[in-house]
Design a protein around this ligand. Structure first.
Ligand code: UD1
Ligand code: MG
Length: 453
């Protein structure tokens, strides 16, 4: 085992020109989280690791993302993008005096799994000084080729541009992920030169230099899908697809039914219980938890919401941040819930807006009910008691409280609190004129006949 905690250096200095974006490449999202966020999450699975992120000049947004997600990580600036070895050396203050393993990750390679990274550590434990994550490339063009003997022994990495026609036939490629357990990694890195076709300092040259010093180098293989690097929007979409396929599989393996898994979109942090049924075309934004036995009907959109056990949601429901639904709640078609706690068994089955407030257990919210939560300046709360019944097409003008078991007559605009057990009605008294319809028809028919003469 390594003697000290590992240092993980995440390279994020690339400009990402091909994204054609004002946003730095590594902040583009896969499954609702930045690619950098995915890589920071991977780094956090390595026990005791300290993290260094290398950014380009002026990448303040990247810096901000690092301090938001990994406040303990140190950020270093690589002034000139002169190669991956130079990028690692930008983190020199973190490397100085560091005696544990060093792992290099790319911030634009968001799909690597924790198990794969630990396999790299195993290769170091087995006696290698350098371990490189390799993959069989469908199309190896552009990648560094791994020159090996036997299954695992690595002799060198040859960059595409610098390789011979023979070497270019090699399909085993460098993912970019490397791990080092060397007595003097800095000594190796500072010996790397730039006499190559790109005039760059290649981190991959560390393999040959370390071997010349007597270290062993090994390759650890992983599927190509895991090491997809994102350079363009279409590769971002491929990464999203791979991520979604994996997540859907995991959700199903854990006991949820997805009728048409290819139409369900999950987020990096979606939690789905067992015996949950999810119909086609459901989108989970970040921060959603679904408890056991809930049923999600087709065409729903969720974000920042908690769905209780046995709840029945949709079709066509929208749950926004702060929607917290208790057990057996029913939220039906075209109902939007935002920042509302809904008690056990409560129902809002059709066409309603529930924004800011609470609904007591067993309450029934009729079709067309609106929580009028916003006065153009401030948001206000609507609090509905247990077992209350809100008649259809009611407007509840917040701030407002409807007591336990109270009734609101349909069509009411409620502006004052309603006591428990009371009926509140706010509408004109109904008038009825007997035999009126026949007289009316007769009169109108006469008028029409007079006009057509
Ligand atoms: C690199 C590897 C190659 C590997 C490939 C996998 C080297 C020399 N080559 O090539 O063997 O097959 O990745 O995708 O390492 N970066 C910096 N500063 C720099 C240069 C790069 O931070 O000065 C970062 C980039 O933002 C990127 C990563 O390092 O995240 C890789 O750089 P890139 O230029 O894409 O290297 P490749 O030529 O693709
Ligand atoms: Mg690249």
């Amino acid at each position: 085992m390594a003697t000290a905690a590992p240092l993980i250096v995440i390279l994020a200095a690339g400009k990402g020109t091909r994204m054609k974006s004002a946003l730095p490449k590594v902040l583009h999202k896969v499954a609702g989280r930045s690619m950098l966020g995915h890589v920071l999450a991977l780094a956090s699975t390595v026990p005791g690791a300290t993290i260094a992120v290398v950014v380009g000049p002026g990448m303040d947004e990247v810096r901000a993302e690092v301090s938001r997600l990994a406040p303990a990580a140190r950020v270093f600036v690589q002034e000139n993008q002169s190669g991956t070895a130079d990028a690692v050396l930008a983190a020199r203050p973190a490397l100085d005096g560091h005696s544990g393993d060093v792992i290099v990750l790319y911030a634009d390679t968001p799909l690597i799994e924790a198990g794969t990274l630990s396999a790299l550590g195993d290769a170091l434990d087995a006696g290698s000084g350098v371990a490189v994550l390799g993959f069989e490339a469908r199309d190896p063009t552009g990648y560094g080729r791994l020159i090996t003997v036997g299954e695992t022994t690595l002799l060198a990495i040859r960059e595409h541009k610098d390789s011979s026609p023979e070497e270019r036939k090699i399909t085993l490629c460098n993912s970019g992920v490397l791990a080092f357990r060397l007595p003097d990694l800095l000594g190796v890195l500072t010996r790397i030169g730039n006499a190559n076709s790109k005039g760059e300092y290649y981190l991959t040259d560390a393999v040959e230099i370390a071997r010349a010093d007597g270290a062993r180098a090994a390759v650890v293989r992983c599927p190509e899908d895991e090491v997809l690097g994102v350079n363009s929007r279409s590769q971002l979409a491929v990464a999203e697809r791979i991520w979604q396929d994996r997540a859907r599989q995991k959700v199903m393996d854990e006991g949820a039914t997805l009728t048409a898994p290819e139409t369900v979109f999950l987020s990096y942090d979606t939690v789905i219980g067992s015996d949950v049924i999810i119909e086609p075309h459901v989108v989970f934004g970040p921060g959603v938890t679904v408890a056991d036995g809930a049923e999600i009907k087709a065409f729903c959109h969720f974000e920042g919401a908690r769905i209780g056990p046995g709840a029945r949601i949709g079709p066509y429901a929208r749950l926004r941040p702060g929607a917290s639904l208790g057990p057996d709640v029913h939220i039906g078609n075209f109902v939007e819930v935002k920042n509302v706690t809904v008690g056990p068994g409560a129902k809002a089955n059709h066409l309603a807006y529930l924004g800011d407030g609470s609904v007591g257990a067993g309450a029934n919210i009729g079709a067309g009910t609106i929580f009028c939560n916003y006065d153009g300046f401030f948001k206000h709360k609507t609090e509905i008691g247990e077992g209350a019944f809100i008649g259809s097409n009611s407007s509840l003008v917040a701030p407002i409280k409807i007591g336990d078991g109270a009734y609101v007559g349909s069509g009411s605009v409620i502006t004052k609190d309603v006591a428990s057990g009371a009926l509140a009605l706010e509408r004109a008294t109904q008038e009825e004129r007997p035999q009126w319809a026949a007289k009316f028809r007769e009169m109108m028919s006469r008028r029409k006949a007079a006009k057509s003469k």
